[in-house]
Design a protein around this ligand. Structure first.
Ligand code: ATP
Ligand code: MG
Length: 358
């Protein structure tokens, strides 16, 4: 039997509260479906580790976690000890870049029992996936400020779109759509405003689409696409976007469905040359840390995505994923809910309820 090695980085704030819940449900699902997991724990982060070492992770972090099969990540950031940009660049963004996790994938859906933030007629039918390009595009550091401090000051910030980088995210999105019933893909663009990069991006989508005649796909400008996320979210199936547009859509999507505490995410290197990273969408939430009221579902669901990915989205991992999601669905219909869902349950009680339903 293959044993999967998983680096567990619990991090800061509510990461410390939700990770134990994630681990217990993931471990139980793995056992149930015959998957062998070996967890390796690292105490890296922006609190004690940063205070002691003046950095978020050790210098040789890449050697330490580079051979793992996946990274299960809580949340980092502790404003009292470490500035926000350091906690990001000192950990999560470094993983994305160094491990070439060029896909950021977020499932977005509504659940029976969870009040949706939207009141559109079909708000309960939201079920789509946002695929964001995670390594290039608009988020480059190329550019600069000219004539700084004068009236002639001019700022340039370049975008970088490579054919390699664009085709691979589009291909991943088409492949994702192929595995879904609706086989529908929306490609975010802004070719009527960004006159060079986006018409080119559209042409790459057309080229990649040639290999997927079964998929019905459309290009939509990011402005109206965002509006439709709010007005008709049920019409989406898979949505693919550049780094900037995807960043916005992948926050807007989960926000539309309800609490941020539910939302999972995956940072993927689909070729498995490097470990992929699975983390809840939410951050360390210092405002609720220590109260034991954090919703553990985002952490647990991210673990389900991890199991599915580890086994190439098939076999035991896919079954374990589906079993966890079913247990979440069942739990959300019940009365054991954390305060963000209108209940009074603690983080552990909610985790226990999901475990019991599994
Ligand atoms: P980051 O900077 O890492 O994106 P943030 O500080 O912007 O994080 P979060 O830490 O995600 O934001 O918190 C945003 C809000 O959502 C906070 O009010 C927090 O209490 C709430 N929140 C976040 N996660 C959860 C959760 N798991 N359960 C309940 N409430 C949560
Ligand atoms: Mg923050």
């Amino acid at each position: 039997m293959t044993t999967y090695n998983i680096a567990v980085i619990t991090g800061d704030g509510i990461g410390k509260e939700v990770m134990p819940e994630g681990l217990k449900v993931v471990q139980a699902a793995a056992e149930k479906f015959g998957l062998s997991l070996n967890f390796h724990h690292f105490d890296w982060g922006g609190c004690d580790y940063y205070l002691e070492h003046n950095r978020m992770m050790p210098e040789n972090w890449k050697d330490i976690v580079g051979d793992m099969d996946a990274i299960y990540f809580g949340a980092v950031g502790w404003p009292d000890t470490v500035p926000d940009h350091i906690s990001l660049w000192g950990s999560i963004l470094t993983f994305r870049r160094e491990f070439d996790q060029y896909i950021n994938m977020r499932p977005v859906r509504t659940f029976e029992g969870v009040k949706c933030a939207l009141s559109t007629p079909k708000a309960n039918e939201i079920d789509f996936i946002v695929v964001r390009e995670n390594t290039e595009g608009e988020y480059s550091s190329i550019g600069g400020i000219m004539y700084e401090g004068t009236d002639r000051e001019v700022v340039l910030q370049q975008s970088v779109f490579s054919r390699h980088g664009t085709d691979r995210v589009l291909k991943y999105a088409f492949e994702t759509a192929m595995r879904r019933e609706a086989k529908d893909l929306t490609v975010a663009t802004k070719s009527n405003g960004m006159a060079i990069s986006m018409p080119w991006w559209d042409s790459r989508a057309e080229a990649v689409a040639q290999d997927y005649p079964e998929i019905s796909w459309t290009k939509q400008h990011i402005d109206i696409l965002s509006a439709r996320f709010v007005m008709n979210p049920e019409r989406f199936d898979v949505v693919v976007a550049s780094n900037l547009f995807g960043d916005i859509l992948s926050d807007l999507g989960p926000a539309c469905t309800g609490t941020i505490g539910l939302a999972p995410s995956a940072n993927l290197n689909p070729e498995r040359k490097f470990p992929s990273l699975f983390e809840p969408v939410h951050g360390s939430a210092p405002d609720i840390y220590g109260k034991n009221i954090a919703n553990p579902i985002g952490m647990i669901w991210s673990g389900a995505l991890m199991l599915s990915f580890l086994t190439q989205d098939s076999g035991a991992g896919a079954s374990a994923h589906d079993a966890i999601v079913t247990a979440i669905e069942k739990t959300l219909k019940g009365a054991t809910l954390t305060p963000d869902l209108g209940g009074e349950a603690s983080t552990q009680t909610m985790g226990d309820a999901i475990l019991a339903n599994l």
